[in-house]
Design a protein around this ligand. Structure first.
Ligand code: RIB
Ligand code: CA
Length: 310
């Protein structure tokens, strides 16, 4: 299985990337592509390089992606992830730079040349993937599946109805939803069911590794934000971890094949994922919408990554 991770690191992105680094080798984990979202694409790109430096995986290339959504101005979330994107958690500075080729060109070339289909893990706004598919629709047949964190049925975390990744670039999501690619959605419906409780964080610290300490730092840093602490008094979700943990063990979640569309026009509900759970519209089903999760399994996978990495 060959995959890439498209990401806006981001504290929970970092946990997801560390899970992938712990479980897959360089022949499987082909590259990291970065996109603007939680932080600017410059900051996110540096963080991807820092994670590779920390884990001695500098053979994995990093390609810098789009610095703003397809048609809109960028909305970031430094208030959640800090100006450095990792809330000050101590990862080393990188000893290498990102590749000179941009992410969209890299993804297009990879899909054109690969002798096997590629899985794409999307942890942030879908700008890069949306641009690749809008410019080259036929490349959808070279994609094995897109596993993404985004959306949610009936509630949001950025507006009352929109999740952040969907809100930042709804037009890119719309392209992906209508691409014909096999789509696996890890929305707020599952991510809010797996909480980084104090007991789970202490269990990860038992690994006695720097990675374990840093993962706890990443996950607990969000609880330092009052509004987050009020929403999640027992600990926070680790949204993006679901995507790469599902690569590790696809029994992590279960769900339903449904039709999902996204609102791209209304100011009131921009970015809302409209999930036709009961098929009342008759619209073509296009997404495996996950809504059940084995949350203990998620944290077992995070703990294993913490024990396996430096
Ligand atoms: O809504 C949560 C998502 O938005 C996560 O991917 C987080 O990293 C942010 O990008
Ligand atoms: Ca993210």
């Amino acid at each position: 299985m060959k995959f890439i991770v498209d990401t806006d690191p981001g504290t929970d992105d970092a946990v997801a990337i560390l899970i992938a680094l712990a479980h897959f080798n360089d022949d499987e984990f082909l590259a990291i592509t970065t996109v603007a979202g939680n932080v600017t694409v410059e900051v996110g790109t540096k963080n991807a390089l820092r994670l590779l430096e920390h884990t001695n995986r500098n053979n994995i290339p990093v390609y810098k992606g789009e610095e703003k959504p397809l048609y809109r101005e960028l909305t970031t979330a430094e208030w959640v992830h800090g100006s450095d994107g990792l809330n000050g958690v101590d990862f080393p500075n990188p000893s290498k730079n990102e590749e000179t080729l941009d992410a969209v060109s890299y993804i297009k070339n990879l899909l054109l040349k690969s002798d096997e289909k590629i899985t794409i893990c999307v942890l942030g706004p879908m700008t890069n993937i949306g641009k690749v598919l809008s410019q080259n629709p036929k490349l959808s047949s070279n994609i094995e599946q897109i596993i993404f964190m985004g959306g949610g049925a009936g509630f949001g975390n950025t507006t009352p109805v929109a999740e952040f990744n969907f809100f930042v670039d709804p037009e890119a999501v719309n392209i992906v939803l209508n691409s014909g690619v096999k789509l696996i959605m890890m929305g707020l419906d599952v991510t809010h069911q797996a909480i980084a409780t104090k007991a789970r964080l202490e269990d990860i610290l038992e690994t006695k590794t720097v990675t374990g300490k840093n993962i706890v730092g990443l996950m607990s840093s969000l609880s330092d934000i009052e509004v987050v602490r009020e929403l999640f008094p027992d600990g926070t979700p680790v949204h993006d971890a679901f995507v790469t943990a599902y690569l590790v063990d696809n029994t992590l979640t279960n769900g339903k094949f449904v039709n999902i569309e996204i609102e791209t026009k209304s100011e009131l509900s921009l970015g809302q994922s409209v999930i036709d759970i009961n098929s009342v519209t008759g619209r073509k089903k296009n997404v495996y919408w996950m809504n059940q999760v084995n949350d203990d399994k998620l944290f077992e996978i995070i703990k294993f990554a913490s024990s396996k990495l430096p």
